[in-house]
Design a protein around this ligand. Structure first.
Ligand code: NCD
Length: 331
């Protein structure tokens, strides 16, 4: 006996079981933009998401967030984001106040976003917000004492989608370094690519932007990544970069954001991925899409094992479970 029967090393969060960890970087914090994350943060989120996946596969539902309430406040249509936050909360044993149809709520009477948020936080522990205006989540966060999670603010950002997109790449390709990522379609209005490009920059990706002239990636994002030394190139033809692409990320042309619908008509079918397109792509690449798909990927491409978009949906559940547990101090 050496007099020290116990291991006296101080336990760090990673040594504790889920539910007994409280990471100060996330507990009680808002999730507004991907710019708030470092690589260390991302690795932590992904490690927790991995654990969530194992738990869902083993037991389905468990009581990590028992008694916690999520307010799901959606001012814009949503299928995946809204229902995956609901599923995430319920798989963790918590419950949800769903406000999907703001036209049936007091918003229709002219209530302001800060007032709606200050009301909902009296009933809940965390608020997930989707709103048509860029900056809406940041505005809500200025008034809220409870964590706000940005589930898409206009053409601004969609941070939780970008986190699940990155998690998908990590799971599917086994790495995040040294990748060539091609973003295709509506890069101007598509908020998912705005967030994803910023996250990829942390891993030194080479990024190709392929879009119609009027739907190019916003200059401020290109310049932001340029300052970080990220190689970025812009094209109008997918074939210029398809053969070198490890991740092809396709987006829907965001009809609802166009002021002039004639312009939408001109570009809505600019790119369609078919089985022929896939023949020219790398055997080990993946094809992603945040969904909903309209016509930009032909249905028979779904049978190609490289089509990752429905797996991407499933990864979203684990990432959102991780985020909820983290902001509520249980991971
Ligand atoms: C995206 C969105 O809402 O920005 N959908 C999603 O959350 N998966 C993409 C889109 O609407 O095209």
């Amino acid at each position: 006996m050496n007099g020290y029967p116990f291991n006296r090393r101080r336990a760090t969060a990673a040594h504790l079981p889920l539910g007994e960890r409280r990471d100060a970087r996330f507990y009680g914090k808002h999730i507004l933009s991907v710019s708030q994350f470092t690589r260390t943060d991302l690795e932590y989120i992904f490690a927790v998401a991995d654990e969530m996946r194992i738990m869902v596969e083993r037991v389905g539902t468990f009581d990590l967030l028992k008694g916690k309430i999520l307010a799901n406040l959606f001012y814009e249509p949503s299928t995946r984001t809204s229902s995956s936050f609901t599923a995430a909360m319920e798989r963790l044993g918590g419950s949800v106040i769903p406000i999907n149809e703001v036209r049936y709520s007091s918003v229709a009477k002219g209530e302001s976003l800060p007032d709606t948020v200050r009301t909902l936080e009296a009933y809940s522990d965390v608020i997930v917000l989707r709103h048509p205006e860029t900056g809406a989540a940041a505005l809500a966060a200025r008034y809220a004492r409870k964590p706000i999670i940005n589930a898409g603010d206009g053409t601004g950002e969609h941070p939780t989608q970008a986190l699940l997109d990155l998690f998908t790449i990590r799971e599917e390709l086994g790495r995040l370094e040294g990748l060539t990522v091609t973003m295709l379609g509506d890069l101007k209005y598509g908020r998912t690519v705005h967030s994803l490009a910023r996250l990829l920059a942390l891993y030194g990706a080479r990024i190709n932007y392929v879009s119609p002239e009027i739907l190019r990636m916003p200059r401020e994002i290109v310049e932001e990544l340029e300052r970080q030394g990220i190689p970025q190139r812009e094209y109008t033809m997918l074939d210029d970069v398809l053969a070198e692409t490890d991740v092809l990320y396709v987006t829907r042309v965001q009809k609802e954001r166009f002021e002039d619908l004639d312009e939408y008509e001109q570009v809505k079918d600019a790119y369609v991925i078919t089985t022929e397109t896939m023949k020219r792509a790398k055997p080990a690449m993946i094809l992603m899409h945040p969904l909903p798909r309209v016509s930009e990927i032909a249905l028979d491409v779904d049978l190609d094992p490289r089509a990752a978009y429905f797996r991407q949906v499933e990864y979203g559940l684990y990432v959102r479970m991780a985020l909820l547990a983290m902001v509520l101090g249980k991971a």
